[in-house]
Write a new protein. Structure first.
Ligand SMILES: C[S@@+](CC[C@H](N)C(=O)[O-])C[C@H]1O[C@@H](n2cnc3c(N)ncnc32)[C@H](O)[C@@H]1O
Length: 120
């Protein structure tokens, strides 16, 4: 997939890294935005990704992501649910919500959730 991405000639850099509880080899405040789609689910990403998304996005930048509703329950991290983790960062003033909506029939007849946050 990285080879395919390179062929598009739109990315300055491609990296193969596992996003999760580990700190990525990316400096703080690097990107204007992070976009993640289709990467949450069984044995995929969980709520541990939020802290890293916020860390690598510049203040005022954006985190845009989605998930399938049925995967939310399996995406808890550190004893907290996906929604609790999102709300923790809201309460801590780390990001504000731009979009948080349910989308019927988002993928393969499954309902999804779409999110957009602005990093503070
Ligand atoms: C179902 S594919 C979706 C690929 C693409 N985003 C799309 O929408 O077509 C799930 C992707 O999530 C990636 N993924 C799962 N867990 C990950 C993790 N912890 N860190 C980074 N990528 C992960 C997988 O490598 C895979 O590319």
């Amino acid at each position: 997939m990285l080879e395919k991405a390179k062929q598009k000639n739109v990315y300055k850099k491609v990296m193969c890294m596992r996003l999760g509880p580990e700190v990525l080899d990316i400096p703080d405040d690097t990107y204007d935005a992070v976009m993640m789609t289709g990467a949450v689910g069984d044995a995929h990403m969980n709520g541990s990704c939020f802290a890293e998304f916020i860390r690598i996005v510049k203040p005022g930048g954006y985190v845009v992501m989605d998930t399938i509703v049925k995967y939310i329950n399996g995406s808890e991290y550190g004893g907290k649910s996906w929604d609790e983790l999102i709300d923790d960062f809201l309460m801590a003033g780390r990001w504000v919500t731009l979009t948080r909506r349910k989308v019927e029939n988002a993928f393969n007849s499954l309902d999804g959730m779409q999110y957009a946050f602005q990093v503070k």
